[in-house]
Design a protein around this ligand. Structure first.
Ligand code: GLN
Length: 339
């Protein structure tokens, strides 16, 4: 028997409530979102047409989405997008699903980057300055070459390590148009998603680099690499930080997300250690390193930062009141650049 739009979501709500242990209002919202996705309509249309009969082909398509959800697949992967810091982002199984907690990292980064985004040391009067995107619409997506002239001549530079969907990098780039953001990831699949997000959002002050943490961020492969390495005013990252045997990895949404974006060795700190140990040669004098971490890792991360010589170590809580982001500054006042 043909169901109406409303009957369809009510039936799905019941299944989602019992199978996934969701509360009924959450289950209703998910059922409605799956139906909106099937019918390619917005919420207002769905509610205004709740008495319409659902066509057989639409019903079949909806059932396919519902089945995926009933097996536990995250909503963001089924719908193919997720909102983060006011940006609608494409999301695929190549990427971690952006979380509200990570908006804390964006807030902290923006708090250290002035609205003008101009670095105190930048030669911003340089008449030869042109945005990469003005000189070429293609090069901005280059994955291996870095336009160091751009950074030397312009405002502040930000590096996002392990960018995934590009969520953090794009939120910063969007809110600070004068800043140039380099977004790195070791996963080509993730970079493809991040690039599409930049294009969809019309964000041009960003480039994408295929790199395992800092590995490909040197301009130069010779002995001067340490001096010629890319330097940034702010380095942000939401690296994997879950203990590799944490039971949560086998539960809920996490089962479907890339394990390489979630787990990091016995204590969850393997990648954070790598980033902290290598950050100093990539930070400009007085530049900030800002890392998201687990709710119980603040002291460990702060100690690692202090041990490596960073200063002004500070932890910031997320909206849930958990320690979530720890930041620290390069104490150097004078550049070690050779050029
Ligand atoms: N905050 C995520 C979680 O606990 C983990 C994200 C990460 O490892 N970077 O679900």
């Amino acid at each position: 028997m043909t169901k109406t739009v409303r009957q369809t979501w009510v039936a799905a709500q019941a299944e989602l409530t019992s199978n996934l242990d969701l509360d009924p209002s959450e289950a209703r919202l998910e059922a409605q979102l799956l139906l909106q996705s099937t019918l390619k309509v917005n919420r207002a249309w769905l509610l205004a047409h709740e008495s319409n009969a659902l066509q057989a082909n639409n019903h079949a398509d909806f059932q396919a989405l519902l089945m995926r959800r009933l097996t536990g697949e995250p909503m963001a992967y089924i719908l193919g997008h997720r909102e983060f810091y006011g940006l609608d982002l494409l999301v695929t199984s190549d990427t971690l699903i952006p979380r509200p907690d990570t908006e804390t990292l964006v807030e902290v980064a923006l708090s250290k980057i002035p609205q003008s985004g101009t670095s105190p040391s930048a030669a911003s009067q340089n008449p030869s300055f042109r945005r990469k995107s003005e000189s070429s619409g293609v090069e901005q997506y280059s994955q291996t070459t870095l336009d160091s002239d751009f950074r030397r001549n312009d405002g502040m530079s930000v590096l996002d390590l392990g960018t995934g969907t590009g969520a953090i990098a794009l939120a910063i780039a969007k809110n600070r148009p004068e800043v140039f953001v380099t977004a790195a990831d070791v996963s080509l699949g993730a970079l493809e998603v991040a690039k599409k997000n930049a294009a969809n959002l019309g964000i041009m002050n960003i480039e994408f680099v295929l790199s395992h943490w800092f590995e490909n961020l040197n301009n130069d492969n010779n002995v001067r690499a340490i001096f010629a390495s890319e330097k940034f005013d702010v380095i942000v990252s939401n690296p994997p930080y879950i203990e590799k045997n944490d039971i949560h990895l086998t539960q809920g949404d996490l089962r479907f997300e890339p394990i390489s974006a979630l787990a990091s060795g016995e204590d969850g700190l393997d990648d954070i250690r790598q980033i902290i140990n290598n950050c100093l040669i990539h930070l400009k004098p007085q530049g900030w390193l800002m890392l998201e971490h687990g709710y119980n890792q603040a002291t460990l991360v702060a100690d690692l930062m202090a041990e490596t010589g960073l200063t002004c170590v500070t932890t910031i809580k997320d909206l849930g009141g958990n320690d979530r982001v720890t930041i620290a500054k390069n104490p150097l006042i004078v550049s070690t650049h050779w050029d």
